[in-house]
Design a protein around this ligand. Structure first.
Ligand SMILES: *[C@@H]1O[C@H](CO)[C@@H](O)[C@H](O)[C@H]1NC(C)=O
Ligand SMILES: *[C@@H]1O[C@H](CO)[C@@H](O)[C@H](O)[C@H]1NC(C)=O
Ligand SMILES: *[C@@H]1O[C@H](CO)[C@@H](O)[C@H](O)[C@H]1NC(C)=O
Length: 343
């Protein structure tokens, strides 16, 4: 069961017709130390990211000049008109025995076919009269903050899978930090972006101020603040980490768990996501307009072009920042870039 079957009626109390959303798979495009949003042009960027979406992803992607739909020849996402790039930090297991690192493998989310990457959502919670304004070319934003040592569970959260399901993302049963117990079915990291926009700026110096949450973070409502009055699709990422093989009671306990994000964060509070819009023409707007009709939902939106899981998985991009970021179960002696681990 998907969480929103419950969320729709019990938690959000909106009209059922407004509850359709996009939920689709984006396979891994590349894993490397690149960040065209925070450190454009810098090679290598400070920490490793796992990147999905259009294969025009590059170290520099200047807003309004660099056009992903015309530069890309494929995308790793289900919807073949979506050349956006979505990226997050990678997760590593730090061996409590000897301090070496192994990049944690990923797996496909419920009902989806994908190779690593993430599940991407576009949700209508701030729509008024079923209307949302899709992003414009050049739009980008960040949710979360790698420097954060504070719990921001409403927007950035982790779920220890195998302990009951079917509730809304970043619910009180989730944790802002990485779970301090063994998660037999994996850890799901969730990143919820803001759902309100200032209506003017495609970006802002902190990549955040041009957008806002309608509530105190987390899933949106129709109450966008007057400073950010425009309802935009609420983007959410889910990343499935396959932690089942790290079973050893000695690894877990009060304030203790063996995982660390690629930027050295052993708490998980600094998890963050980057979004760079790249849908072709007005395809995203058409999809958002079609949500209430029922003709467009999840990975089966009839007004969009859909590619097979197999085709999306064949879209790959070689690392531009060539280095060992921890391949297929291999051990590395330090995090890429030598990021120190902090708790
Ligand atoms: C990516 O950037 C490199 C270096 O600036 C450039 O040579 C290349 O053409 C870019 N790729 C695309 C798809 O534009
Ligand atoms: C380090 O410890 C892990 C288990 O935590 C083990 O699988 C790995 O082989 C060890 N590596 C070395 C170099 O001892
Ligand atoms: C997609 O929607 C069509 C038309 O409603 C339906 O026939 C088909 O079974 C759906 N496919 C999936 C994967 O849900």
């Amino acid at each position: 069961m998907f969480w929103y079957a419950l969320a729709a009626s019990a938690l959000l109390g909106q009209h059922v017709s407004a509850q359709n959303m996009l939920r689709f798979a984006c396979s891994q495009l590349t894993v490397e130390r690149a960040d065209p949003l925070v450190t454009p042009g810098q090679s290598p960027a400070p920490h490793t990211h796992q990147i999905v979406g259009g294969n025009s992803f590059n170290l520099t992607m200047e807003p309004a000049k660099y056009d992903p739909p015309s530069k890309s020849t494929c995308t790793t996402c289900t919807y073949s008109e979506d050349f956006s790039n979505y990226w997050t930090a990678s997760l590593y297991f730090k061996s409590p025995e000897n301090g070496t690192f192994q990049r944690v493998p990923q797996y496909a989310n419920v009902g989806l076919q994908q190779d690593g990457g993430m599940t991407v959502y576009y949700m209508p919670y701030s729509a008024k009269n079923n209307k949302m304004t899709a992003f414009k070319p050049g739009f980008r934003m960040i949710a979360g903050d790698p420097m954060s040592k504070k719990n921001n569970r409403a927007s950035i959260c982790h779920r220890c899978l195998g302990n009951g399901e079917g509730f809304a993302p970043c619910d009180a049963k989730d944790t802002g930090e990485l779970p301090n117990k063994y998660c037999p079915k994996g850890i799901r990291a969730t990143i919820i972006f803001p759902s309100c926009w200032d209506g003017k700026n495609l970006d802002s110096p902190d990549h955040k101020s041009h957008v806002a949450y309608s509530n105190s973070g987390g899933l949106g409502s129709t109450n966008c603040p007057s400073t950010h009055p425009v309802a935009i699709p609420q983007v959410m990422y889910e990343i499935m980490w396959d932690t089942g093989k790290y079973k050893n009671n000695a690894y877990y306990g009060a304030n203790k768990q063996p995982f660390v994000y690629s930027f050295g964060d052993g708490t998980g509070f600094g998890q963050h996501g980057d979004y760079l819009f790249g849908w072709k023409d007005d395809s995203l707007q058409k999809a958002m307009d079609a949500l209430p009709s029922g003709k467009c939902a999840n990975a089966n939106c009839s007004v969009l072009k859909i590619q097979s899981g197999k085709d999306s998985m064949t879209c790959k991009k070689a690392q531009q920042v060539v280095e060992d970021v921890g391949k297929d179960g291999a051990w590395i002696s330090q995090l890429p870039g030598g990021m120190p681990v902090t708790y």
